[in-house]
Design a protein around this ligand. Structure first.
Ligand SMILES: C[S@@+](CC[C@H](N)C(=O)[O-])C[C@H]1O[C@@H](n2cnc3c(N)ncnc32)[C@H](O)[C@@H]1O
Length: 253
């Protein structure tokens, strides 16, 4: 198996690079075990390929993989080396590769390809999205399913939304405040981070994280152009985002 890392310039959000070690603490309100139980139900209901292999693209720190591996032979891909370092500590025996969702190449195909928690929202254009969907489709077995959690629908995006997330334990503390804004088809979430570790000065970081706002209708069109039978499921993982589901036809269209 080989995975190619992209040479194209992607943004490097603090949370996936400098603050990768704090990612789980910042997103700890998500229940990955419960999410995986639902994802597995979908894979059983919609999948027609009959096997038990699962590729999680943009797997981050491996939180879904740790539960998926109980029932599936799993592989994880992510662009960020720091996120993969955390995943490797959590899952030393799982195959984890560095790669870009648009360009990775594995010499095998899977029964399920997932891409969760709106990782596709970090792509910069609709062209890049379609390239990623084609790559997901390429890595599916006939009858296999692709499960993608989209970024917020443009019709539901709320500018001016303020959020505060914090976590503290004996190893340190982190607080993140964000305010959302919108410029055309881009969401701009401004983040301020404070990171404290025992005996050290409190660190302060800030950044604007830019996301691509694309309607569900457009996303489904792109999945269909990528050769998948696509549908939208209103019940998803993160409230309000839903899931895109694409099945690779058993007989190519
Ligand atoms: C919000 S996190 C989601 C991580 C994980 N799926 C979860 O649910 O916790 C987004 C992940 O997407 C990864 N990512 C962003 N752009 C990517 C790309 N072009 N190819 C592969 N991974 C990417 C980031 O490194 C990060 O780990």
């Amino acid at each position: 198996m080989s995975a190619r890392a992209s040479r194209s310039k992607s943004p490097r959000p603090l949370m996936f690079y400098r603050l990768a070690a704090q990612y789980d603490a910042l997103t700890g309100s998500k229940d990955s075990r419960q999410e995986v139980a639902y994802l597995e139900t979908l894979a059983r209901r919609f999948g027609r390929s009959g096997g038990r292999s699962w590729l999680d693209v943009a797997c981050g720190t491996g939180r879904h993989l740790q539960f998926l591996r109980r029932h599936y032979r799993v592989v994880g891909i992510d662009l960020s080396a720091p996120m993969l370092r955390v995943a490797r500590r959590r899952l030393p025996s799982v195959r984890l590769r560095r790669g870009d969702m648009r360009t990775f190449t594995l010499r095998e195909s899977f029964d399920v390809v997932s891409c969760l928690f709106s990782a596709i929202g970090h792509l910069r254009s609709e062209g890049e999205l379609e390239t990623a969907f084609r790559n997901f489709a390429r890595h599916l077995k006939p009858g296999g399913v692709c499960i993608v959690e989209p970024w917020i629908d443009p019709a539901s995006f709320r500018a001016g939304f303020v959020q505060l997330v914090s976590h503290a334990d004996p190893t340190g503390a982190i607080a993140r405040m964000s305010v959302s804004a919108r410029r055309g088809h881009r969401s701009i979430v401004h983040y301020e981070y404070l990171v404290g570790q025992p005996g050290r000065k409190v660190l302060h970081f800030s950044e604007d994280d830019i996301g691509l706002l694309v309607s569900r209708r457009r996303l489904l069109e792109m999945m269909r152009r990528a050769g998948l039978e696509a549908r939208f499921l209103a019940r998803g993982l993160t409230p309000g985002r839903g899931l895109l589901l694409g099945r690779k036809p058993i007989v190519p269209r």
